[in-house]
Write a protein that binds this ligand. Structure first.
Ligand code: FAD
Length: 439
């Protein structure tokens, strides 16, 4: 039977790819992968919430993990064995039912466990908990020889474990993982929000929030006068439960037919102004509203129209805050307003060579495709970020040039050597991997 090609995109919808989507059981996959003889290779995919081309494999196989849905919770230890296709949202729901919660959750609940490990995702809690890998006690990975191996963060398999963490699907298919959940007594967050009139005030407010709060984040206004004003959100999980809270929330879906972007400098400025002046939260907030604020609107990525958008997320070490001022002034000069700007502090890095978070600051920005002079500005940023010891978050990326990669990720060769040992026949491939010479 001829393979069926279908089109897909990352969350940014700016790059399209045509590949063959497969949804197999583990046993079927083991046979398929061991016998794979296709130059375009295969790539595991989760819920395709990565923004660029990390989860795309043009002309090759895109292996969905949607059949890996099993879970088994040990209620005494809080360790859950969870299939790679289970979403963070499902994990939260299972965990809460048993008075646990995952310590690391991203800005959307529609991320699979496999995608969370393969990107070593971070949440608002990074300054306290580190990245997602800090709660992964072991994982089972399907190698390209068709065998499934158990990998652990310490011991004989540790180099394969850490190459698979943030390994962007290029070392094997994560089948399931043992994840340590945190015992909790509450089902909502106690939240405080504070306005800051400019970048320095925002940095200072966010920095000091980390002492008293387990979860912190700042929304930053990158429009208008680009002063870097913003609102810091800080929260701790409550220590009691309330019937009115939990995970359930309504979702409105953005209309499919929108061809043109509704994101213009004018609408961005208006939105950011409303956001800055909105009433500040103080008190009880549902888990979803605090941890996954955008999940209330399904397919919000369509607001950018058919051309899509790109997200640019970088980190820079402590002491390099002046670069954030440079970013504001350069974006102002080109009129590069960002609809949504998110600023966060990072704590210690994980041992994974390609893990993104490292101590300091991270800024995530969204731009519609087609902003004049944006690409040359971002290339100048890439160069400066690399020189200052910072890096670009690869699952958000769709445009980085490979020459910057080894400067941003100095342990790249170590990762490549481990990948070579794990996949000597080079069966795992992705569009991003080809672009960045990772595979
Ligand atoms: C609205 C929104 C908010 C976000 N907020 C955050 C945030 O706060 N923090 C953060 O860190 N990230 C955030 N992200 C990014 C997101 O967490 C990552 O892109 C994540 O990897 C997406 O998971 P996924 O299941 O959609 O994976 P996909 O996008 O399908 O894949 C991502 C990568 O993981 C690999 N992969 C997927 N499944 C497996 C598997 N089973 N085995 C091996 N490799 C696999 C793929 O090959 C690919 O390289 C956000 C994304 C969106 C859209």
């Amino acid at each position: 039977m001829n393979p069926e090609y279908s089109r897909s995109t990352g969350w940014g919808r700016s790059i399209q790819s045509t590949g063959v989507r497969i949804s197999d059981t583990l046993e079927e996959l083991q046979k398929r992968i061991a016998n794979l003889d296709d130059e375009r290779g295969a790539l595991p995919i989760g819920l395709q919430r990565s923004y660029g081309d990390s989860a795309l494999n043009s002309g090759g196989l895109q292996i969905s993990t949607d059949k890996f849905q099993e879970w088994n919770l040990d209620a005494d230890t809080g360790v859950i064995r969870v299939g790679a296709g289970v979403s963070i949202r499902q994990l939260e729901s299972i965990a809460l039912e048993h008075n646990f919660f995952p310590s690391v959750v991203p800005g959307t609940g529609f991320v699979s466990i496999g995608g969370a490990i393969a990107a070593d995702i971070h949440g608002k809690s990074h300054h306290k908990t580190g990245a997602f890998s800090s709660v992964v006690k072991s994982m089972r990975v399907l190698y390209s020889d068709g065998n499934v191996r158990e990998l652990k963060p310490k011991g004989a398999t540790s180099n394969h474990f850490w190459a698979t963490v943030a390994g962007l699907g290029l070392t094997g298919i994560i089948v399931d993982a043992d994840v340590q959940l945190e015992p909790v007594t509450g089902n909502y967050f106690n939240v405080q929000e504070r306005r800051s009139p400019n970048l320095d005030a925002l940095l200072s407010q966010l920095g000091s929030a980390d002492t008293d709060y387990d979860h912190t984040v700042a929304w930053i206004d990158l429009s208008g006068s680009f002063k870097g004003r913003g609102v810091v959100g800080m929260g701790n999980l409550a220590t009691d439960t309330k019937p009115s809270y939990g995970l359930k929330s309504k979702q409105l879906t953005f209309p499919l037919s929108l061809g043109r972007s509704v994101i213009t400098p004018l609408t961005v400025r208006a939105f950011n102004s409303i956001w800055y002046h909105k009433p500040l939260k103080s008190g009880e907030v549902s888990i979803n509203a605090f941890t996954h604020p955008l999940d209330g609107i399904g397919a919000w990525n369509r607001v950018y129209g058919n051309r899509g958008f790109l997200q640019y997320q970088f980190s820079i070490p402590d002491g390099q805050e002046d670069f954030l001022h440079t970013v504001l002034s350069k974006l102002r000069a080109i009129g590069g307003a960002s609809f949504l700007g998110v600023l966060k502090r990072f704590g210690p890095a994980s041992p994974a060579p390609l893990s993104f978070p490292s101590p300091g600051w991270t800024l995530a920005l969204d731009f519609p495709v087609g902003v004049p002079n944006l690409e040359s500005t971002l290339i100048a940023f890439d160069e400066e970020i690399a020189a200052r010891g910072g890096r670009i978050y690869l699952v958000k990326d769709s445009r980085l040039h490979p020459e910057y990669l080894s400067k941003m990720y100095p342990r790249l060769d170590e990762w490549k050597n481990t990948r070579e040992a794990m996949d000597p026949n080079h069966r795992w491939k992705s569009d991003q991997g080809r672009r960045l010479r990772l595979c």
